[in-house]
Design a protein around this ligand. Structure first.
Ligand code: ADP
Ligand code: MG
Length: 337
């Protein structure tokens, strides 16, 4: 009798879910990223009890054709890449085909979707499809997640206080809103609106909505490039600082990433203008050839490997330094804010 056997797919999904779906904020991130990938212009997120009771993401994107809806819940099933060469030029936020099966394996998920005509409703509980019916739906997709981690109590115990989990949700929604100024986002928790952006494509207006008008007025546009990279965005004047680095958002080809070296380069651009222990606010949007970046390093894709990172850090530091040098510090016009 052989001792090695393949795991049942529901169990395999639950194991994989541990990497993709760590906490309620990871569910929000994955669902919103799917909405962005589907070309949505408006994405509304509703959360109850820090996501443990209910998370719902409504988008007005492309929708999923009925024949594809069950496949969307299969592991490694995706519409975003097909072959090896696609893997090296990823333009979408998703591509691993793991989010929906992972979330469904640890929750009760209802998806309603329509590509324009008659829509589809799928009810998936713990990785098993319980219902697949026609549903009246407007174009777009709604995913509602209930009873998150109800079947993995160990995961529930590991979560932090509701306030902390909610802060993480707000943080990820805000970063996505900063990444996509032309998409209108809203986040409502227990009936209270926490974030709303207009989707008019104006990054400074999004910054004002998230960090406040006073802060946005103290941020200046930056713009720098070399043959491989283009860096744009806003950085705070040295007088506007925070006690942590978390107000620095780095976006690489539309993806929010963590990268210590790039944050360090941004801070280095301030030279001696920052007090010890103080950090700027910034949104840096980096554009580069997808061939020069590997986003397939970690399941959540927030870590990436960039070839020619030293050239990029130098560009960031120089761009910020030049912009903040005294002769360039004539404030921009902020009349619209
Ligand atoms: P991935 O995003 O890596 O492809 P997911 O498990 O997140 O994997 O989603 C599986 C597939 O389901 C996607 O490739 C996409 O075709 C479809 N899908 C998921 N969410 C949406 C959505 N909000 N709108 C349109 N299609 C969606
Ligand atoms: Mg996805």
């Amino acid at each position: 009798m052989p001792k090695i056997h393949e795991l049942a797919s529901v169990l395999a999904d639950q194991i994989a879910a541990g990497e993709v779906v760590e906490r309620p904020a990871s569910v929000v991130k994955e669902l919103v990223e799917n909405a962005v990938d589907a070309n949505s212009k408006q994405i509304d997120i509703t959360v109850e009890e820090a996501g443990l009771q209910r998370i719902s993401v409504v988008d007005d994107g492309d929708g999923i054709a009925d024949e594809d809806t069950e496949m969307a819940f299969k592991r490694h099933a995706t519409s975003k890449i097909t072959d090896r060469k696609d893997l090296f030029r990823i333009k979408s936020l998703g591509f691993r085909g793991e989010a929906l099966p992972s979330i469904a394996s640890v929750a009760d998920v209802t998806l309603t979707t329509s590509t324009g005509g008659v829509g589809t409703l799928i009810h998936n509980v713990g990785g098993i499809i319980k219902e697949h019916t026609a549903a009246a739906a407007r174009k777009g997709t709604t995913v509602t997640v209930k009873d998150l981690f109800g079947n993995v109590p160990a995961r529930l115990k590991y979560l932090k206080s509701p306030a902390t989990e909610l802060a993480r949700i707000t943080d990820i929604v805000n970063r996505l809103a900063l990444s996509y100024p032309d998409v209108a986002f809203s986040l409502v928790h227990n009936g209270r609106e926490l974030t709303r952006t207009a989707g008019r494509g104006d990054l400074q207006q999004v910054i004002a909505g998230i960090y406040g008008v006073q802060s946005a007025r103290k941020m200046v546009a930056i713009n720098g490039s070399n043959p491989d990279f283009k860096v744009t965005g806003f950085v705070s004047l040295p007088e506007l600082t925070r006690a942590s680095r978390q107000y620095i958002s780095l976006l690489l080809n539309g993806r929010y990433i963590h990268n210590f070296q790039l944050s360090k380069a941004l801070i280095a651009g301030y030279g001696s203008k920052l007090m010890v222990g103080r950090y700027p606010l910034a949104v840096l949007d980096i554009k580069m050839d997808p061939l020069l970046v590997d986003v397939n390093v970690h399941p959540t894709k927030q870590e990436v490997r960039i070839s020619q990172e030293p050239e990029l850090t130098q560009l960031i530091q120089e761009t910020v330094f030049k912009r903040l040098s005294t002769e360039n510090l004539i404030p921009d016009v902020y009349n619209e804010l």
